[in-house]
Design a binder for this molecule. Structure first.
Ligand SMILES: [Zn+2]
Length: 110
């Protein structure tokens, strides 16, 4: 994947994430103030917060990939400096690590 293609995919991902974040933000207070069944309203609120959290983390990862693209280090593993396989970047354009480094990173906990 060349840099221009990667950039346009990453920018499209940011737009999608921003849209999803805006929708979830709009949902959250509305549910919170729902008068009926405070218990399920609360868990709904937590569900939305958890989803927002995941979206924000993903957005940060995509932004990081755009930064690496700008710095000319895109496609290089931030763990070992080796190349991130093309197939992995196709599936996850925001991938920062090669598969073994990501596995090690995940085991350590984020
Ligand atoms: Zn690596």
């Amino acid at each position: 994947m060349d840099a221009a293609a990667a950039r346009s995919r990453l920018e499209a991902m940011i737009e999608d994430l921003d849209r999803s974040i805006a929708i979830l933000r709009g949902e959250s207070p509305e549910r919170e103030n729902a008068p009926a069944d405070a218990g399920s309203g609360l868990s709904e609120h937590h569900r939305v917060e958890a989803a927002l959290d995941a979206l924000r983390r993903h957005r940060a990862a995509v932004r990081g990939a755009l930064d690496r693209l700008a710095a000319g280090t895109y496609g290089r593993c931030v763990g070992c400096g080796g190349p991130v396989p093309e197939g992995r970047l196709e599936a996850r354009p925001d991938a920062a690590r090669c598969v073994p480094c990501q596995a090690r990173h995940d085991r350590r906990g984020r």
